[in-house]
Design a binder for this molecule. Structure first.
Ligand code: PEP
Length: 251
C-alpha cells in the first residue's frame, strides 16, 4: 500500500488563496512519485474549486469533517452525498480539534465512519492522547478505546479506513513526537488492527500527525509502522508540503 501524505488546511485559505496554492503545488508536483498518495483537504467552501483544479492529476481531494446523515434539518452540516458529488475521496474524522473544541464523542465518530463507508468515501480516523493522559501512562489505552469505538461494526472491513495517530500535545505546538514515541504507538495500533480485523488490515495505513515538517519528516518515516503523514501547519505552504512528500521517497 502506498504511503499517504495528507494536507489538513483546517480553517485556513479562502477560495482564491486555495486556488493560488494548488497552482503553485501542481508546478512542484509535476511528476508522479511512486508509492506515495497525496491528498489535500481544504475548507468546505473551497472543495469544489480545488477539486476542479485537481482534475487530471493524481492528487486526491479530502474533506475535514462530515455529518453522518444524508440530508435533512441539520443546520450547518455537510453530508456524504454532497461530498461525493464534488469528487471527494477522503474524509478526516475525529480530529482532535473536533473532539476537544466541538465535543465530538467516540460514538459520533463511529456513526460518521460507518456513513463514509456506506457512501464509498475513505475515512482517515484520528486518534491520540492528551498530554495529561500520556503523563498518566494512558496513551495506549486511550488510543485503543478510540479505535475500537470508531471501527465498531466494521472490524472485519478495516482495510476501508486509514488511521492517523496524532498526539494532542503535538498538534500545532511545534513539538513533534520523537520517532521512537510515534513508532511505539503505531506498532501498537498495527497489532490492534490486525487482531480485531483478523488479518484484514493490510490496506489500512497508519499515518502520523503532530508538528510534522520538512525537517523532521525523514526521521519519522524511517520507522517501520509509520506509513505517511497528516500535516497541518506545514501543509499551508506548498513548498514545505512538497518537501515533506519527497522526504517519504525511498525509505
Ligand atoms: C493536524 O491538525 O492534523 C496537525 C497534525 O497539525 P500540525 O501539523 O499543525 O501539528
Amino acid at each position: 500500500m502506498a504511503y499517504l501524505v495528507a494536507a489538513n488546511w483546517k480553517m485556513n485559505k479562502t477560495n482564491a488563496e486555495s486556488l493560488e496554492y494548488v497552482n503553485i503545488f501542481k508546478e512542484l508536483y509535476k511528476e508522479y512519485l511512486p508509492n506515495i498518495e497525496v491528498m489535500i483537504a481544504p475548507s468546505f467552501t473551497a472543495l469544489e474549486a480545488v477539486g476542479l483544479a485537481l482534475n487530471n492529476t493524481t492528487i486526491k481531494l479530502g474533506a475535514q469533517n462530515m455529518y453522518f446523515e444524508e440530508k435533512g434539518a441539520f443546520t450547518g452540516e455537510v453530508s456524504p452525498v454532497m461530498l461525493k458529488e464534488l469528487n471527494v475521496e477522503y474524509v478526516i474524522l475525529g480530529h482532535s480539534e473536533r473532539r476537544h473544541i466541538f465535543g465530538e464523542k467516540d460514538e459520533i465518530v463511529n456513526k460518521k465512519v460507518l456513513s463514509t463507508i456506506k457512501h464509498g468515501l475513505r475515512p482517515i480516523i484520528c486518534v491520540g492522547e492528551t498530554l495529561e493522559e500520556r503523563e498518566l501512562g494512558k496513551t495506549l489505552s486511550v488510543v485503543e478505546r478510540q479505535i475500537r469505538a470508531a471501527i465498531s461494526g466494521i472490524e472485519r472491513e478495516v482495510y476501508l479506513v486509514d488511521i492517523a495517530y496524532e498526539p494532542v500535545w503535538a498538534i500545532g505546538t511545534g513539538v513533534n513526537a520523537t520517532p521512537e514515541q510515534a513508532q511505539e504507538v503505531h506498532k501498537f495500533i498495527r497489532e490492534l488492527l490486525n487482531s480485531v480485523s483478523r488479518g484484514n488490515d493490510k490496506n489500512t495505513r497508519i499515518i502520523y500527525g503532530g508538528s510534522v515538517n520538512e525537517k523532521n519528516a525523514r526521521e519519522l518515516i524511517k520507522e517501520k509502522d509509520i506509513e505517511g503523514f497528516l500535516v497541518g501547519t506545514a501543509s499551508l505552504y506548498p513548498e514545505k508540503f512538497y518537501k515533506i512528500i519527497t522526504e517519504c521517497l525511498e525509505v
